[in-house]
Design a protein around this ligand. Structure first.
Ligand code: NDP
Length: 462
């Protein structure tokens, strides 16, 4: 059997170079995600003959090129009757395993590169769930902050007026992401229905009283904690009970990760938003946090009005090149806000302070350098595409319930979520072992996800 010695042998670097020539700087995060995966899957190319045929079947080139990128103008009228123009996108990346599936992000930073990175990650994440789901992602450079409810509705309506042409329950099923929660999904679903006259499972994350799955809001955060619990057990480490945990973010994923950590007797002591960090040594007051972030939608700074003993650290006081939240000693850390929020400086601080486990709740929250540092240490590192797959798994359950016109109870969904997260964790751990990288959950997740998608692509021909 031919031995492969470096990435050159599988042409991965050549593939990236080719793509870099064709793309712009916006694609940096996409290349970061792609490079990590391509480096990880080397052991697969060394041992599996079918993948050594890569030159002939171009499976890598086919996987890293989206099926299509839809880009469109979104025109809407604000409360002052001024016309506003935004850009909307849907990246339909790969449907080898099922309909395109992935969230919509509304944030001023959204561009094609970010959505390609998220869509690419989504392919492998969805594959890890074992469900029939392809990968995609979408969104707009629209900033929901400070907008009235009416403006949010007008924007969602205008966005869906174009998107509806490209999606469908068997084609592409979007969900929420940053800036898109139950309220936005409700408006988007309403407009889809008005445009098509069809009441069908075209979006997931719908409110539970008209087709949404119970537990979808909780699913990603709960799943992150279920995964961590299993990983610590498999790696022979102490459980989360009674342990100090640090969490970043104060949105959907972070709030529910904090909630599940509290259920398990852990003590989450932090949360963050884009302006600063709260450190509450006695444990985060979750009811207050939900009130501030879900109802009042205000900055975290207001938390200390109710808890003056807690500490608020504004972004201007963060350590150079790092984030205040990762400087706080903890047993387990949960980055749940956004991409590249945990740097090399942060990774070194976590290790120095005795952190035993990092679980990525957000998509690609750790920089490449931080991942390398953490993998070289004794800590466990749970990569996003495995650890935060609970959200899309329950979205898959929502699609099943919609198709069958049935509704599962909260307990039933929770039991299926727990089983799914444990299965993903065991699959990732055993894949890592099989390919000679035991304990490396990053490589294990990339190999297991890639293999399932690539097998389907090869079986479906060109
Ligand atoms: P939300 O919009 O609910 O919350 C995001 C949180 O992160 C907010 O607290 C926000 O602060 C903060 N944040 C966003 N951007 C930045 C930034 N540039 N710098 C610092 N803080 C920032 O999003 P979700 O909780 O849904 O998503 C969080 C992460 O999890 C994302 O990476 C998303 O892709 C990923 N994810 C989400 C899933 C889901 O089911 N929701 C599923 C799988 C992954 P502020 O309030 O100030 O904006």
């Amino acid at each position: 059997m031919k031995k492969l010695k470096s990435l050159k042998d599988i042409d991965a670097k050549a593939e990236i170079a080719k793509l870099k020539n064709e793309n712009c700087a916006e694609d940096d995060v996409f290349f970061q995600a792609m490079e990590e995966v391509l480096l990880s899957i080397l052991p697969l190319f060394k041992s599996d003959e079918v993948f050594q045929e890569n030159r002939k079947n171009s499976v890598i080139r086919r996987l890293i090129t989206p099926d299509r990128v839809i880009k469109f103008k979104v025109v809407w009228i604000d409360d002052n009757h001024d016309v506003q123009v935004n850009t909307g996108y849907r990246v339909q990346f790969n449907n080898a395993l099922g309909p395109y599936k992935g969230g919509l992000r509304f944030h001023p930073s959204v561009n094609e590169g970010i959505l390609k990175f998220l869509g690419f990650e989504q392919i492998l994440k969805n594959a890890l769930t074992g469900l029939p789901l392809g990968g995609g992602k979408g969104g707009a450079d629209f900033d929901p902050k400070g907008k009235s409810d009416f403006e949010i509705m007008k924007f969602c309506n205008a966005f869906m007026k174009e998107l509806y042409k490209h999606i469908g329950p068997r084609i592409d099923v979007p969900a929420g992401d940053i800036g898109v929660g139950g309220r936005e999904i409700g408006y988007l679903f309403g407009e889809y229905k008005r445009m098509t006259s069809a009441f069908e499972g075209v979006l997931t994350g719908k409110p539970a009283f008209f087709g949404g799955s119970l537990m979808r809001p909780e699913a990603t955060g709960y799943g992150v904690v279920y995964f961590t619990r299993k990983m610590l057990e498999l790696e022979g480490k102490e459980s989360l009970e009674g342990k100090i945990c640090t969490v970043s973010g104060a949105g959907n994923v972070a709030l529910h990760a904090i909630e599940k950590l509290q259920h398990l007797g852990a003590i989450p002591v932090t949360c963050t938003d884009s302006k600063g960090t709260i450190y509450d040594a006695r444990g985060v007051d979750l009811d207050l946090l939900k009130e501030l972030k879900l109802n009042q939608r205000v900055s975290l700074e207001t938390y200390i009005k109710s808890h003056p003993e807690a500490q608020y650290i504004p972004v201007s006081e963060y350590p150079e090149g790092g984030h205040a939240v990762w400087n706080i000693p903890c047993y387990a850390a949960f980055p749940c806000a956004t991409q590249n929020e945990l740097t090399a400086v942060d990774a070194n601080n976590l290790i120095k302070n005795g952190c035993e486990s990092v679980t990525e709740g957000a998509n690609m929250p750790s920089t490449t350098e931080a991942v390398h540092i953490m993998l070289k240490s004794d800590m466990c590192l749970a990569p996003a595409k495995a650890a935060n797959a609970g959200g899309v798994a329950v979205s898959g359950f929502e699609m099943s319930q919609n198709a069958a016109m049935i509704k599962w109870s909260f307990e039933e969904v929770d039991a299926r979520l727990l089983e799914t997260m444990n299965d993903i964790c065991e699959n990732v751990a055993s894949t890592a072992k099989e390919y000679g990288v035991a304990g490396n959950y990053v490589d294990g997740a990339n190999i297991a996800g890639f293999k399932r998608v690539a097998d389907a692509m090869l079986a479906e021909g060109v």
